[in-house]
Design a protein around this ligand. Structure first.
Ligand code: BMA
Length: 328
């Protein structure tokens, strides 16, 4: 009799994965991956997919589905193209969209990576219908990416999670704005660990935070550099509802990582990279849409209650960041 015990599975891969690839596209595309996700008013799931062309430049294309699993109706042409003539920061394309519905504006706010000679920076665009878009341009200068807006103001200001990077650090930060254009109050809220840790050196927000009764649930990615390349895996953390600078719990172990063929093989091997989730009508089931190996879009489902229970069992309150406290 086997006594081998397996790690608890928090996110279950859909049997039909990958759910979208470049072969599904109505126009020539090299790869589709790293899609933002949202539920439209009528319950339709909208994925704003990152599509990479054969120049290596990316744009966004919307795919809509009644059940969020199959029957995708994909825009016949790119939905949002880079506009380098007007927006120099988009010279080499736009990448990794995250979508937040903001009730106050009655608009979706899309945060994305605008890529140019200056490096990757955080840009923002607003839309009501995913057909026309109003750009705000760069809101965080390069190098910065992995950004998502909170769905409502925090203590009077809009709040943005993002990941500025320097030669020595790539940690998760929060910033505030009264108007989505002017930003300040920048503070780190989750630090990469060091050495052997799975989330050593580089961490970043993956999908926008999920609001739960007990706090903002964060699914973040950690990047481990190895002799044969980088490993992108996902961890969990929880932040206080009225003070998202306060980390209530952070798991020590990753909860999802590349295992299947479509995650381990592709343009960039060993990458599972979600940019969006939707919540099912039960208010608990998370649908996590993620890029596999920078080459396809896959789906895994989890449970808010199970994530919170896992953090209760496996999470620790990290030391206060407030300046110089180094992570373990
Ligand atoms: C990150 C982002 C993602 C990508 C990942 C793996 O830095 O640029 O778009 O999926 O690397 O290549």
């Amino acid at each position: 009799m086997s006594t081998k015990r397996a790690y608890e599975v928090l996110f279950h891969r859909h049997a039909g994965n990958p759910i979208l690839t470049a072969r599904d596209w109505p126009y020539p595309a090299h790869t589709v991956f790293n899609a933002g996700a949202t539920l439209l008013r009528d319950g339709t799931t909208l994925l704003l997919c990152r599509v990479e062309d054969r120049r290596g430049h990316s744009h966004f294309c919307a795919a809509r589905s009644k059940n969020g699993i199959d029957g995708w109706i994909i825009d016949e042409q790119p939905t949002l193209r880079p506009e380098p003539e007007l927006h120099h920061e988009e010279l080499w394309g736009i990448e990794d969209p995250r979508i937040t519905w903001v009730e106050e504006l009655a608009k979706y706010v899309i945060t994305y990576t605008a890529f140019s000679k200056d490096g990757p920076g955080v840009a923002l665009a607003l839309t009501e219908d995913f057909r026309t878009f109003e750009r705000c341009g760069l809101v965080m200068q390069p190098d910065d990416k992995d950004a998502a807006l909170f769905p409502r103001r925090i203590n009077g200001n809009f709040a943005l999670i993002h990941r500025p990077a320097t030669d020595t650090a790539a940690n998760i930060w929060i910033s505030y704005s009264p108007d989505l254009r002017n930003w300040g109050g920048h503070k780190p809220i989750l630090l990469a660990r060091k050495g052997a840790w799975w989330d050593a050196n580089k961490v970043g927000l993956s999908p926008p935070l999920i609001e739960t009764k007990r706090g903002w649930l964060m699914i973040y990615h950690g990047v481990r550099h190895t002799a044969s390349g980088s490993l992108y895996r996902l961890g969990l953390a929880l932040f206080a509802l009225d003070d998202p600078e306060l980390c209530l719990a952070r798991g020590d172990e990753w909860v999802f990582g590349p295992e299947t063929d479509y995650e381990c093989h592709g343009d960039v091997a060993n990458v599972a990279f979600p940019c969006g989730t939707t919540l099912e009508a039960d208010g608990d089931t998370i649908r996590m849409y993620y890029g596999g190996a920078d080459s396809c879009i896959a789906l895994a489902t989890g449970s808010v209650a199970a994530c919170l229970a896992w953090l209760d069992r496996n999470g620790n309150v990290p030391p206060s960041i407030g300046g110089s406290v180094a992570p373990p």
